[in-house]
Design a protein around this ligand. Structure first.
Ligand SMILES: [Zn+2]
Length: 290
């Protein structure tokens, strides 16, 4: 037993001895490598070692700061989204403030009324008929003589340019409009009919001041959007205001006029109003400020 114990003790001492030698050798090697990295300068190596230890906390500080920066960035982002939300709300409010009387969107929608008015609407001396301003059922002035004379003058001027203009539909009495509208509803349904035809009492043709214009021999373009692309259609659009007529339902103004674009439908309003409306590129509703 004793010899065995002695041998154990001997092994233990032997092991510790070589462990110390090995550790010393490793540390010496590390020190040698560190010194060699700093040109074998002991002072420089010690400074570098000190820096290595002091830099570590500095790095952790930076790491700690980083999330703080991220947080502030997030705050800025939320602040930015809060800011952008505000202008989004503003345009919604602005049209409400700017829009006079009826909102533009309502122009295509008929008001819920029990009966037609007893008097027509006249604004600044101009008779107005649209979906918000219907005419009395009894309003039956016939074709307006002044408007007819103005059309004839325009047709003569167009003839000099080789264009034979025709007013294929002008005054339409209440009963006729009723008949037409009811036919359209039966054919296409009320929703579709309301987009291209006026309900009785709401048609501008009942004023005697609306002229549907086309070209003789070009019947395929009558009451069609294609008329606007023909020589005759372009001529009338460009010159009508000189004779007191306006393109009543221009492109992109459906929300204001209540009707989709009609390249053939012109309305007599007199030279002064027609010229102002043409030059300002506005609608009759905008001109009258309603
Ligand atoms: Zn018309």
């Amino acid at each position: 037993m004793k010899p065995a114990k002695k041998k154990n003790e001997f092994d233990k001492k032997f092991y510790i001895k070589w462990m110390v030698i090995a550790m010393t050798a490793i540390w010496a090697a590390i020190a040698a490598v560190w010194l060699s990295m700093h040109n074998w300068d002991t002072e420089e190596s010690m400074k570098a070692l000190a820096q290595a230890f002091t830099e570590q906390p500095a790095e952790t500080e930076q790491q700690e700061q980083a999330p703080a920066e991220e947080e502030s960035a997030v705050k800025e982002e939320t602040a930015a989204t809060e800011e952008t939300e505000q202008p989004e709300e503003q345009p919604e409010e602005q049209p409400k403030e700017e829009a006079p009387a009826p909102a533009p969107k309502d122009a295509t929608v008929y008001p819920e009324i029990d009966q037609l008015p007893s008097e027509p609407t006249v604004v600044n001396g101009i008779l107005l008929a649209n979906k918000q301003h219907p005419l009395p059922e009894t309003y039956a002035p016939g074709e307006n003589a002044e408007a007819r004379a103005a059309f004839d003058s325009m047709a003569q001027a167009a003839a000099k340019d080789g264009l034979q203009l025709v007013a294929f539909s002008t005054y339409r009495e209440f009963a006729r409009q009723k008949q037409l509208y009811e036919g359209y509803v039966a054919k296409d349904g009320q929703e579709a009919a309301d987009r291209y035809s006026a309900r009785p009492g709401f048609s501008e043709h009942q004023t005697g001041l609306a002229f549907d214009i086309g070209e003789a021999g070009q019947e395929q373009h009558w009451a069609s959007a294609s008329f606007g692309d023909t020589a005759g259609g372009k001529w009338v659009k460009k010159n009508a205001h000189n004779y007191g007529f306006i393109l009543r339902y221009p492109q992109g103004k459906e929300q204001i006029t209540g009707y989709m674009h009609e390249s053939w439908h012109f309305r007599y309003v007199g030279k002064e109003a027609a010229t102002a409306i043409y030059n300002q590129n506005i609608t009759l509703e905008e001109y009258l400020g309603i």
